[in-house]
Design a protein around this ligand. Structure first.
Ligand SMILES: [Zn+2]
Length: 108
């Protein structure tokens, strides 16, 4: 998802600053340019908006995933909400890295 956002930013940049409507290799065509430069700006802005939307959507989805993630410490078997931990380290056993609870039960 984040990749698509960056791709939209790239297309937007090509449209607005370089007047390119299709980068080489896209849809099997060679590089093509907008015939009307005002179309380039308009389409570039739309691509920019799509990029921004995709970027925030991707970030939000990622954040939600982390909030819902439960991890477990392999040492003391205690489980935690992942986003309350400091870089995923167990609160009881200082430097012990906790692991995703789904992964944990898959392997044990
Ligand atoms: Zn622990």
């Amino acid at each position: 998802m984040l990749f698509l956002a960056y791709f939209s930013f790239l297309l937007s940049f090509l449209s607005i600053f370089l007047n390119i409507s299709h980068p080489p290799g896209m849809r099997g065509k060679s590089i093509s340019y907008y015939e009307d430069p005002s179309n380039a700006i308009l389409i570039g802005l739309i691509q920019l908006l799509i990029g921004v939307f995709l970027y925030y959507y991707a970030k939000k989805t990622k954040k939600k995933e982390l909030e819902e993630k439960i991890s477990i410490c392999p040492k003391c078997q205690d489980s935690f909400e992942y986003d309350r931990l400091d870089e995923g380290r167990c609160k009881n056993c200082q430097d012990e890295k906790t692991i995703d609870i789904k992964e944990y039960y898959k392997n044990n």
